[in-house]
Design a protein around this ligand. Structure first.
Ligand code: TNX
Length: 519
């Protein structure tokens, strides 16, 4: 069966008649199934050229979909007998994950778009019970450094769902680009979405791509992405990065920057990479501006969490700026770290008043965490541990395991090395819950996330190459209850991957082959 991610339990009845999918196979859906039958027709039905007409629950030659309150949220049971298939989900999401498992059971051809010639397949009799380990199983796509067109994002949602991942975190703003239309501030996209050229490689690289680069999602695009994802039980979490990584916004609206220490009217959308000194000014103008931005953002994204970045905000300009220093005094704050914390707290309160929750990178711990804030722990585990101990929710995404921009091998033909090598096995050995947390503290680790920063990825092909196959290993960490890293069977996972590569082939994913680019 070679299921990825591995289910909690599976029992195959070797001696039973297999179930044969065919022209007469019907699809029956009970109430509350949330469109999974439509998804099955559009994917499995299309791949085999089958209509899967509506049928009667439990009848012969029928795939039956049911919501069963006795099961937990996202849990599912899948039973294949000689005469039919039954999937029960604790909710519509659980049912959908069960349908994803059914697609894997059918075979790699079930992942194709065009009908296969060799006819519908058989599935062995099997009973599967399954439920996720973590509620937040995320993937971050940085669409700010390189803009990814809408269809790339929709395809990404499908790939996440195929791996039972359920959060797409969109990094929508950064120094190098602003990617979401905000009606009240048109210059954010008229100016902020475009840069004149792009550095190829990192700091010491002499190379430039001299073509202008840019693009953004209209609000209509965003609505389409959010609805498409919701139909696949994927939540889209927007990130508007403040108070660092904001030069594209300052290029569009210079009054947002520290204009008493730098001529903000001369700042362009940034064309190179790294930690950038040009950060937001801690003024009321800035607060009102971002409140207005976030007001449009929360209208578009129904997700509980809104990510406000908070990472890599150098404090140099605040130290130099008389206005920022006056602000620190006026607010009675200890230092610039406290000023960053004041910034974040403001939006924590603002979001909470609108029924939303703030999440930020672990730098938001500096100067004290805002009351309701959750933390994306990226600089290792320390930030996540500190936050969990203080009773805050944590999404673990430590760079040493799940940074997909780090190359997968040291070979000379690998893409530009951002940092050290992180192999497929390194990702597989990721343990999200540090052993030093007590059981109560560990409950605050609500999930895990793999992050794909795109400084060096300018196309869907390069994102594919860096993301896969590592996302498959990550999905297993996120979904399956694996033993502690030392006891994990990487060889057994690798054996299952042979089938999974054929699924990715059928999906048209240009993963890094296990033997590397030049075998
Ligand atoms: C750090 S991770 C960043 C990003 C870069 C990334 C490159 C984080 C919150 N900030 O701005 O793209 O390193 O690996």
């Amino acid at each position: 069966m070679d299921l990825i991610p591995a289910p909690r339990g599976a029992q195959v009845q070797d001696d039973g008649e297999p179930f044969r999918l065919g022209a007469h196979t019907a699809l029956a859906a009970g109430p509350g199934t949330g469109g999974t039958e439509r998804w099955l027709r559009a994917t499995v039905g299309a791949a085999y050229g089958l209509a899967l007409p509506p049928g009667v629950s439990g009848a012969a030659d029928t795939i039956t979909l049911l919501v069963d309150d006795a099961l937990a949220v996202e849990e599912y049971r899948l039973a294949v007998s000689g005469t039919g298939v039954e999937i029960r989900g604790g909710d519509a999401a659980g049912l959908f994950w069960g349908a994803q498992t059914l697609r894997q059971l059918l075979g790699p051809e079930a992942f194709r778009r065009a009908p296969v010639a060799d006819g519908p397949p058989c599935i062995p009799q099997v009973t599967i019970e399954d439920a996720p380990r973590f509620a937040w199983r995320g993937f971050m796509l940085d669409v700010a450094r390189h803009f990814m067109p809408k269809d790339v994002v929709l395809r990404c949602v499908d790939l996440l769902a195929a791996h039972k991942l359920n959060v797409l975190h969109l990094h929508l703003t950064d120094d190098q680009g602003w990617r979401i239309e905000i009606k009240r501030y048109p210059r954010l996209t008229e100016v902020g979405a475009w840069r004149t050229r792009t550095k190829v490689g990192l700091r010491d690289s002499p190379l430039w791509d001299e073509r202008p680069h840019g693009g953004y999602y209209t609000q209509e695009d965003i609505r389409e992405i959010v609805a498409y994802a919701a139909a696949r039980h994927v939540a889209v979490v927007p990130e508007i990065d403040i108070p660092g990584h904001s030069q594209a916004a300052i290029a569009a609206y210079p009054e947002l920057g520290n204009s008493d220490v730098v001529d903000t009217t001369a700042l362009p959308v940034l064309t190179s990479w790294g930690v950038n000194p040009n950060v937001l000014a801690p003024t009321d103008t800035t607060l009102r501006f971002y409140e207005n931005v976030l007001a449009e953002v929360v209208e578009l994204f129904p997700s509980t969490f809104v990510h406000i970045g908070g990472d890599e905000c150098p404090k140099g300009q605040w130290r130099e700026s008389a206005a920022a220093q006056a602000r620190i005094k006026e607010l009675g704050l200890a230092d610039e770290d406290a000023l960053q914390s004041w910034f974040i707290r403001h939006f924590d309160t603002w979001l909470a008043a609108r029924g939303r929750r703030l999440i930020g990178w672990d730098e938001i711990l500096q100067g004290g965490l805002a009351d309701g804030a959750a933390v994306s722990s990226w600089r290792g585990y320390a930030g996540g541990i500190a936050a969990a101990r203080a009773g805050h929710d944590v999404v673990m995404c430590p760079e040493q395991h799940v940074y997909l921009d780090y190359r997968q091998d040291a070979g000379p033909d690998e893409p530009v090395p951002i940092a050290y090598v992180r192999t497929l096995e390194d990702v597989y050995r990721f343990e999200p819950v540090p052993s030093e947390l007590t059981e109560d503290e560990a409950r605050h680790v609500i999930g895990v996330q793999a992050n794909c920063w795109t400084e060096t990825m300018d196309s869907v092909r390069s994102v594919d190459y860096m993301t896969f196959p590592r996302l498959a290993a990550f999905a297993e960490v996120a979904w399956s209850r694996l033993p502690a890293p030392a006891g994990r069977d990487y060889r057994q996972f690798s054996a299952r991957m042979h089938t999974h590569y054929r699924r990715l082939d059928a999906l048209g994913v240009e993963y890094r082959p296990p033997s590397g680019p030049h075998p």
